[in-house]
Design a protein around this ligand. Structure first.
Ligand code: AVI
Length: 313
């Protein structure tokens, strides 16, 4: 029916400020949202196709198996809202079964989002599609004026919630609650705790795609902040930390070295790491406790081969 694209103003200075703050901290870190420049988006799609990274395919299998049960458990909705929609592939199954009148997708990578969302308005002629290029982690509330009145379902698949530490995950879920409104619902997918060797393999694929994704962050900083990282002097390093219940992804310095970023100099000791991502893994009860604290009572849940989808509202 209709397709609307808006690039909501992203503060151009965020990257510089976040990176300089993260590099000055101890331990050094950079928020994972900065992985997703154009090359990063492509590399993430390639990760999803790696045999070791089963999350994506397992969630798809779960959705294929249970789609009619899931659709039956969801109260009727007029609008589906998907933060971090990326290539907009996952939402199609819900559009087919729930037949909402509106879809609002958001992503920090605005141009790829628009390219992915526009075909949806052709494939679903009765659907009004709005694509918002925006940093929803920072500015979720800026999406509110683009949401039509009526019952909303927030769809947050892919275990993206695992990239937030539990307190930040709860805070984001509480903001989803606000955006969804009193009658809102949340359908969310997350990776479950399992054999750490399987988890380790998923973030250390043999083809080196996850390593390239991690190291691409340095290329981005070189290009966009005039930094002089030498990616060959850093090693992708990812491991499961069972005490914290998360995969930790780091860039480990292979030498003592100085790096200049946006006019400031930072020293890396040999073996020091730049922490780039956490990917938390949950038990179902752990996750529903976090969601409950954020104002979402559990309605139903489904599990398949180490992955879970839960419905709240
Ligand atoms: C987007 N997110 C859920 C992915 C994850 O598994 O944490 C990002 C990723 N990082 C390395 N591989 C995939």
């Amino acid at each position: 029916m209709t397709f609307t694209f808006r690039n909501l103003p992203v503060d151009r200075d965020d990257l510089r400020v976040d990176v300089l703050t993260g590099l000055a901290a101890s331990p050094k870190s950079i928020p994972p949202k900065y992985f997703y420049d154009e090359a990063g988006c492509r590399l993430f799609e390639a990760i999803c196709a790696q045999p070791e990274y089963v999350l994506y395919r397992t969630e798809q299998a779960l959705m294929n198996t249970y789609v009619s049960d899931i659709a039956a458990a969801i109260s009727p909705v007029e609008c589906i809202v998907e933060p971090g929609a990326g290539d907009c592939a996952k939402v199609r199954r819900l559009l087919d079964t729930l037949q909402p009148t509106h879809l609002v997708v958001m992503d920090i990578a605005g141009a790829p989002l628009a390219a992915a969302a526009e075909p949806l308005s052709r494939d679903y002629p009765a659907l009004a599609v709005t694509a918002l290029g925006m940093d929803f982690i920072h500015d979720l509330e800026a999406a509110a004026p683009y949401l039509p009145a009526g019952r909303r379902l927030i769809y947050y698949p892919g275990s993206s919630i695992g990239n937030f530490p539990p307190a930040a995950a709860a805070a984001l879920l509480a903001r989803f609650r606000q955006l969804a409104g009193a009658e809102g619902q949340l359908l969310i997918g997350f990776d479950l705790k399992k054999d750490p060797l399987r988890l380790h393999a998923a973030y250390n694929d043999a083809a080196g795609v996850t390593a390239a994704f991690n190291l691409n962050l340095l290329e981005r900083l070189n290009r966009e902040l005039g930094a002089d990282f030498d990616p060959a002097r850093f090693r992708h390093y990812a491991f499961y930390n069972p005490v914290a219940g998360r995969i930790e992804m780091h860039l480990l310095s292979l030498a003592e070295q100085d790096v200049n970023v946006a006019g400031q100099r930072f020293r890396f000791a040999l073996g020091e790491t730049l922490h780039t991502e956490h990917s938390y893994k949950f038990r179902c009860d752990e996750f529903s406790a976090i969601a409950k604290a954020a104002g979402w009572p559990l309605k139903a849940g489904w599990e398949h081969d180490g992955f879970a989808v839960q419905l709240y509202g």
